[in-house]
Ligand binder design. Structure first.
Ligand code: FAQ
Length: 321
């Protein structure tokens, strides 16, 4: 059986050749360009999942805005959560250039049909979780997303540039929260270590399944959407964490972790947990979706008002013309 890309090549050989040449020459594919259907579908899948992750990802930290330990911490956390909303919006806009509407994507999310990152299905019971999310979750996001700035699809790559700049601030603020706690009382140090113990393994799962179980990687790398494999990026992340953990005085919760000639040797990741979370059975999946649905329903009047306002403005403009 022919793959979707081969089928497209038979249907439109000239366009396929032009597309292949652009990819080979490290040029960007833009919305106006012809592209194989499978390339378009892959991008819609990845970009919309990424956008949903940013939007759902506001919840674990949003949970702490009213309880941040000082006015300064509250202002920083509010700005960070607001940045994540912005990332979601750029990414929805990038996906829209591929022919899907924002309404369709939102509907897929609230119907529970769309994936979003597994990491946002874990609870945030203590203030130290804000440090662990910034350090580990934003840290993993940077490792994964810096190469996406060179993704072959123009609107995605360009959106990633600003997103990555903001993510690096986020990572530093998380590191600084943990550093402050580690320089505090014994109870504060324990709280920081406990948060890292809980977030470390899920943050490694953010990079996706191992390479030999990643059905999308080979094609996405051939299309230069992904530049490195899931395992390569996971390795890079562990390498980044080790010296930073030392500075913090925090122990990464993996007794087997060590450098083994040319790679980081880690204990086996619990992929059963990963698949459970992806199937909707993580600790917070239900709550996250329920909150997103409620926000959508409660925001209906805003959307209606915006449509009514736009219609009124259009009528006015028509009357003036
Ligand atoms: N969670 O064949 P692969 C952030 C799915 S943003 C859930 O390897 P692919 C910022 C995958 O979709 C975090 N699902 O797939 C922030 C596929 O499902 P499908 C989000 C996962 O696409 C910080 C199936 O498994 N970042 O953190 C996960 O080649 C703090 C097979 O996997 C992005 O989305 C997972 N962890 O590689 C916000 C980055 N892993 O669709 C707030 C862009 C895999 O076939 C607070 N995305 N799956 O049914 C990517 O780089 C890629 O899509 C991967 C997965 C690497 C995530």
């Amino acid at each position: 059986m022919m793959t979707a890309a081969q089928l497209a090549a038979v249907e439109s050989p000239d366009e396929q050749q032009a597309f292949d040449a652009l990819i080979a020459a490290e040029q960007r594919i833009e919305p106006r360009d012809w592209m194989p259907d499978a390339y378009r579908r892959t991008l819609i899948r990845q970009i919309s999942q990424h956008a949903h992750s940013e939007i759902i990802g506001m919840q674990p930290e949003g949970n702490w805005i009213t309880r941040a330990p000082s006015l300064k911490r509250k202002a920083i956390l509010m700005a960070k959560v607001q940045d994540e909303a912005g990332h979601g919006l750029y990414l929805y806009s990038a996906a829209q250039t591929l022919g899907i509407t924002r309404d369709e994507m939102t509907q897929q999310l609230i119907d529970g049909k769309a994936k979003y990152s597994s990491i946002f299905n874990y609870p945030t019971p203590t203030w130290a979780d804000m440090g662990a999310i910034g350090w580990l979750v934003d840290g993993a996001a940077i490792c994964n997303q810096v190469p996406l700035c060179r993704a072959s699809y123009g609107p995605y790559g360009r959106a990633m540039v600003r997103i990555c700049k903001e993510e690096s601030f986020h990572q530093r603020q998380g590191f600084e929260i943990l550093l402050t706690l580690m320089q505090g009382t014994e109870a504060q140090r324990d709280m920081a270590q406990d948060a890292v113990n809980r977030w470390y393994w899920p943050s490694l799962m953010m990079f996706g399944p191992p390479d030999d179980e990643s059905p999308n990687s080979a094609q996405s790398m051939a299309w230069k959407i992904k530049r490195f494999s899931n395992d390569e990026l996971r390795q890079r992340f562990v390498g980044m964490l080790v010296p930073q953990a030392e500075i913090l005085g925090i122990t990464l919760p993996d007794p087997e972790l060590h450098w083994d000639e040319d790679h980081w040797h880690t204990s086996e990741i619990d992929w059963t947990e990963f698949h459970e979370v992806l199937s909707g059975r993580g600790p917070m999946n239900g709550t996250r979706l329920q909150n997103r649905r409620a926000a959508h329903e409660e925001g209906a009047w805003v959307r209606e008002a915006a449509v009514a306002y736009a219609a009124k403005q259009a009528k006015k403009a028509e009357a003036a013309a």
